[in-house]
Design a protein around this ligand. Structure first.
Ligand SMILES: [Zn+2]
Length: 238
């Protein structure tokens, strides 16, 4: 059941799943903003618990992402979930969201969601969230898009953090490059991966991808605290 209410700085919409409320916050356009700034950029849609005081400043045209409280991992995962909700639903494919962060500068570098981008020539297959996140970094730096992970290491900070709503895939029935492989290509710069939930067992049997990341020295944290909201976003129910 959907419910909503006006707040001092926007609108909140609630959707209940069992005892869990998935809450979306629609931010009002800042009064001082330029009228030339498209409302699609300023009228952000951010999941709450991300309370307004966790969003430090509004985004700009140059940087379309919000600035979230430094190391507030729940907020970054909420932003990843917000990306997942943009994914076209195409069951049994999952809707996943990913966010790449520079923790030192407290800046969101890139985002991605499942099937956000067409697959670049030479890198065929449905694009996954992490892959789209890396392709957009390559786009921003005029680097090759196919197998972007082979080219973007030099433009990423040395301790980047990746947030992804679902455990990265470690096997693709199509034989395409897995997200674990893509992350491992960047293991010298992506030093920490936050995962919202383990990959549901209905997709590919078993997934030792997180173990592979850890064996290569990448810190892995499964947050788990947004499990119900992430599961609801995986397929068709929003
Ligand atoms: Zn994947």
């Amino acid at each position: 059941m959907d419910q909503g209410r006006q707040t001092g700085n926007g609108t909140e919409a609630y959707k209940m799943t069992g005892n869990t409320a998935c809450v979306s916050h629609y931010w009002n356009r800042p009064a001082s903003s330029s009228p030339s700034i498209p409302s699609s950029i300023l009228h952000t849609h951010i999941l709450v618990g991300l309370s307004p005081n966790k969003m430090i400043m509004a985004q700009t045209i140059d940087d379309p992402h919000p600035v979230l409280e430094r190391n507030h991992h729940h907020s970054f995962m909420e932003y990843a979930l917000e990306q997942a909700k943009r994914s076209p639903t195409s069951p049994p494919k999952f809707c996943v969201g990913a966010v790449l962060v520079d923790p030192q500068r407290n800046r969101i570098l890139s985002t991605g969601y499942s099937m956000e981008l067409p697959s670049p020539a030479g890198d065929e297959g449905n694009t996954h969230a992490e892959q789209c996140c890396f392709i957009k970094v390559a786009q921003a730096h005029n680097l090759p898009l196919a197998h972007a992970e082979d080219y973007i290491q030099d433009v990423l900070p040395a301790d980047a953090v990746l947030y992804t709503t679902v455990e990265p895939c470690n096997e693709r029935l199509s034989g395409n490059t897995t997200c674990i492989e893509r992350i491992l290509k960047l293991k010298n710069v992506i030093r920490t991966v936050y995962v919202g939930i383990r990959e549901p067992s209905t997709s590919v049997r078993g997934n030792d991808g997180l173990t592979r990341l850890q064996e290569e020295g990448i810190r892995v944290r499964v947050t788990g605290d947004m499990k119900d909201c992430i599961l609801r976003t995986l397929t068709t129910e929003r």
